[in-house]
Design a protein around this ligand. Structure first.
Ligand SMILES: [Zn+2]
Length: 592
């Protein structure tokens, strides 16, 4: 991902920004030994397992296994793309970026944001003015507080044809720019432009730094459609943004979960009542881009759509989209006819939490219930049962643990009134292997200080080129059972030997392979624990013995086969060639 930017530039930025200072902006860090520690900003915890190394310029969390360098930190903290993180850090470091985007485009981009910010300001003034009386009454009647109006920069577009255009022109923006902003529309018959939003409550859609990218507007009177969005512009795409994310992202990140709702009001009302980790999909069906954006902040999404049939149909779609982005998905089912806004209005935050405790389903359970409930006859025939199992098979097979699989098989058996063993057999038949977590992060048994021998060996190999060469000569580098370690060892192997600052290049390539967190962990081990030569030697011996055993088993099997056949000549030739066979080491994946 860093391909277009030269390494020199990245290094210059890195040399000017200290990771400890950067992280201290929002995490309070304490020094312990040669490392800094604090409460992890990426998951909730009471004792610090978030560790920062000034020497390595890396961070790693021993609780949730997030890790990387200054760029990955900022990407994760602010939900940025690499390019955006680079721009922010370059500006901080005072380094000039010569990116491909022309100066003119950059200026245009800035002007577009400026005009949107100006329009948002105008709408806010209007809401507080005499024009906005009805709008204020409407918001009050919907239970929206003054604080919430301020937090979401809510506004009002008056019922006039050119008020906004005039305002923006007076502010000195060119007509050309106002046209590009999507805030005005051309009249079909005449050569005239008019304001897109008229007599509407305005919901500004912001990006991470609260700059306004576009708007949503809800009709106050009978104007159709009820909801209207800024058309696609150079800076705004409905597919790629989520409403409420700017306000909610801290909370989403620290809870590592997001509640996904359909409407602006749902989002605002939930956040107002203290349920902060909420975002809305801007009145459209959820898109792949939105799901991917969410995955930058959290690993789990809880879908909370309206209780009506349309809402439930959209839920089924959203499950698939979120699953494709590798999010864990749960669904809260509201009583029929209720939307989240009504619900939280009526029962409050406590009632809401109480309700979701009893009405949240895993996506698999949700799908199962829906398949069963939408089936016309109450008596499920065998065909239907088989079809339902087939529809859930992939989900169940790709669910995490054996315990989880068994759990679903049990539910499925009970609901379909079948024997568990039959359901289990059906689920397992012709299954495909489970998908590996995209993050490549190993989730079990690797707390602070509890390192496995393979990662310690890898750390020793990367720490000292001589150790690397020795291990490679004796047992190769493909013995790692963990595919990520194998990849890291191979990356290191391909880098020029004895090259200065090899670790820096290693870190960059690891990030391109999506292995920055694993690499950060290995770097931490390099810093705090180093194997002695004796321990490396013991490890090599153990692997050699395993390889010899594997080769020997193969030999014995062959001899058995040949002697069973009574093929004396072949057996003899085979024995004469034994030496060659025993030394032909099988490569790869030997478990320690
Ligand atoms: Zn963490």
């Amino acid at each position: 991902m860093t391909n277009y930017f030269d390494d020199q530039l990245l290094r210059e930025i890195e040399s000017k920004i200290d990771i400890v200072e950067l992280i201290s902006e929002n995490v309070s860090l304490n020094r312990r030994g040669n490392r800094y520690w604090g409460l992890c900003p990426f998951h909730q915890e009471k004792t610090p397992s978030f560790s920062v190394s000034r020497e390595k310029q890396m961070f790693y969390c021993f609780g949730c296994h997030a890790g990387g360098n200054i760029f990955s930190y900022l990407m994760k903290r602010d939900g940025l793309e690499f390019k955006e993180a680079l721009e922010m850090l370059a500006a901080k470091a005072g380094v000039e970026l010569a990116v491909s985007k022309s100066k003119k485009n950059q200026d245009l981009h800035k002007q577009m944001i400026a005009i949107n910010n100006a329009a948002a300001e105008y709408f806010q003034q209007q809401l507080q003015s005499a024009n906005g009386r009805q709008a204020r009454e409407y918001l009050a009647q919907r239970g929206i507080s003054q604080e919430t109006i301020a937090a979401f920069n809510l506004g009002y577009a008056p019922n006039e044809w050119q008020a906004l255009t005039d305002y923006l022109l007076r502010k000195g923006y060119s007509l050309e720019l106002v046209k590009n902003s999507g805030l005005i529309k051309r009249n079909d018959n005449q050569e005239r432009y008019y304001d897109l939003f008229r007599d509407r409550i305005i919901f500004p859609i912001t990006q991470y730094n609260r700059d306004v990218l576009g708007f949503g507007g809800r009709a106050l009177g009978d104007n159709m459609p009820k909801y209207l969005n800024t058309a696609e512009t150079d800076i705004y795409s409905k597919r790629k943004n989520l409403y409420g994310l700017t306000q909610a992202r801290e909370e989403i990140r620290s809870r590592n979960e997001v509640i996904l709702v359909e409407g602006y009001m749902d989002c605002i009302k939930l956040q107002q009542s203290g349920i902060i980790n909420v975002a809305a999909s801007l009145g459209t069906s959820l898109t792949e881009e939105q799901a991917s954006l969410l995955h930058r902040y959290a690993e789990k999404a809880i879908i909370l759509y309206d209780g009506d049939e349309a809402g439930q149909r959209e839920t089924m779609r959203a499950i698939e989209i979120l699953r494709r982005q590798d999010l864990r998905v749960e669904v809260i089912v509201l009583p029929a006819g209720k939307d989240p806004d009504d619900f939280v209005e009526k029962y409050g935050k406590e009632g809401f939490w109480h309700y979701i405790q009893n009405n949240t389903y895993s996506h698999i359970e949700y799908k199962l219930n829906r398949y069963i409930n939408t089936n016309p006859s109450t008596r499920l025939d065998l065909d239907t049962k088989t079809r339902i199992i087939a529809q859930l098979k992939e989900d169940i097979n790709s669910s995490g643990s054996v315990v989880e699989k068994e759990h679903y098989i049990k539910i499925l058996a009970r609901k379909l009134r079948l024997e568990e063993i039959v359901v289990a057999r059906e689920i397992r038949s012709g299954r495909t292997a489970g998908v590996r977590n995209k993050t490549g992060i190993i989730r079990d048994n690797n707390k602070y200080g509890k390192y496995g021998i393979q990662e310690k060996i890898l750390a020793a190999m990367l720490n000292d080129e001589n150790t690397f060469v020795k291990v490679r000569a004796r047992i190769g580098i493909n013995f790692f059972a963990n595919p990520d370690y194998k990849t890291l060892a191979n990356i290191f192997d391909q880098l020029q030997e004895g090259k200065e600052d090899k670790m820096h290049e290693m870190s960059r390539i690891a990030a391109e392979e999506g292995l920055e967190a694993v690499f950060a962990r290995i770097s931490m081990i390099m810093e705090e624990q180093n194997l002695e030569d004796r321990e490396v030697e013991e490890f090599i011996k153990r692997v050699e013995i395993k390889k010899a055993e594997a080769a020997w088993n193969k030999v014995m099997k062959n001899i058995d086969t040949l002697s069973d056949r009574g093929d004396f000549n072949s057996a003899l030739t085979f024995i004469l060639n034994l030496d060659k066979l025993v030394n032909a080491n099988p490569e790869g994946g030997i478990k320690q």
